[in-house]
Design a protein around this ligand. Structure first.
Ligand code: 1HE
Length: 260
């Protein structure tokens, strides 16, 4: 990986938010092997101060997916290992140390959509568009998209995107569940950072439950899910920080829920 292809910095008063930015704008942030391994390494070696992260892409596009110039070099076995490398890297992100907020703009396509769908929150600006051009390139998703994208939008919509090359714009993407937030052009990063700073203020065990336990409960049969939920609820509420937060509310020291 060229070190110029990714940027890492810490933000917030306590350096509690990591900003990770793909900086390969000339190639529309297309992901080569070095870049996917760099993403893995950053999530594996996150500094202890960090409580949330923002994932951004430099330039007009979030990410154009797999670097297609590397695809030509692989045989079938290498293809399996390559896909498994993406899986391992995006597992480090999804089941990593902190919640991750993606700041989407421009192209979120192919592996770029696979990368975005491994994040916990997606903020899209008005310029965002989503596609899975693998279908028209004669290939298949390989970065975990076949598992994660149907969980966001359903198998039927993903099938359509790949069979027909359908491109979703920012508004329709938010409507079908590709992003949780839709914001004006040029403001996705600011919104993502504001959300990350807010998330960083949550009790760490709550954030852990939401990123590591909730998706696993969602994949369990209901009776097992209820039991896992009960275990997680008991662990979370027994933490001293949870007790203090509840006490603060009861004593009028904590914010009420406000109508938006
Ligand atoms: C690339 C890539 C890339 C751009 N690999 N080089 N992904 C795709 O099939 C999407 C391919 N990219 C595009 O459709 C367009 O580039 C965009 C819609 C994203 C942006 O368009 P535009 O007009 O702003 O840029 P451009 O002129 O097309 O590209 C600028 C340069 O980036 C150009 O190189 P140059 O040397 O001529 O300047 C492009 O070739 C290069 N570039 N995208 C390599 N993807 C884990 S498996 C995942 C499988 C997949 O992701 S498959 C889908 C791949």
């Amino acid at each position: 990986m060229n070190k110029k292809d990714i940027h890492f910095e810490l933000c917030g008063n306590q350096q509690e938010v990591a900003v990770i930015r793909l900086t390969r704008a000339k190639k529309r942030n297309a992901i080569n092997d070095g870049l996917i391994l760099a993403i893995r390494d950053l999530f594996e070696k996150m500094p202890k101060s960090v409580r949330a992260a923002v994932l951004d892409g430099e330039g007009e596009h979030f990410c154009a997916g797999l670097d297609l110039s590397e695809l030509q070099e692989r045989d079938a076995a290498q293809g399996v290992f390559h896909s498994r490398m993406w899986h391992a890297a995006l597992e480090c992100l999804q089941y990593g140390p902190v919640p991750v907020v993606a700041a989407l703009h421009g192209a979120v396509v192919g592996g770029g959509l696979e990368l975005a769908s491994a994040c916990h929150i997606r903020v899209a600006d008005d310029t965002t568009f989503y596609a899975l051009p693998e279908g028209s390139r004669g290939i298949f998703v390989g970065g975990g998209g076949a598992v994660r994208i149907p969980r966001l939008i359903g198998t039927a919509r993903m099938t359509d995107m790949m069979l027909t090359g359908r491109v979703y714009n920012a508004q329709d993407g938010e409507r079908i569940g590709l992003a949780q937030y839709l914001v004006p052009a040029g403001t996705a990063f600011d919104k993502a950072l504001a959300l990350a700073l807010q998330i960083a203020g949550n009790a760490p065990m709550t954030n852990y439950a939401l990123t590591h336990v909730l998706p696993r409960i969602a994949d369990q049969p209901a009776d097992q899910g209820y039991m896992t939920e009960a275990m997680m609820a008991a662990i979370a509420q027994s933490a001293p920080e949870a007790k203090e937060r509840v006490r603060a509310f009861l004593e009028g020291r904590a914010a009420k829920v406000q109508k938006s």
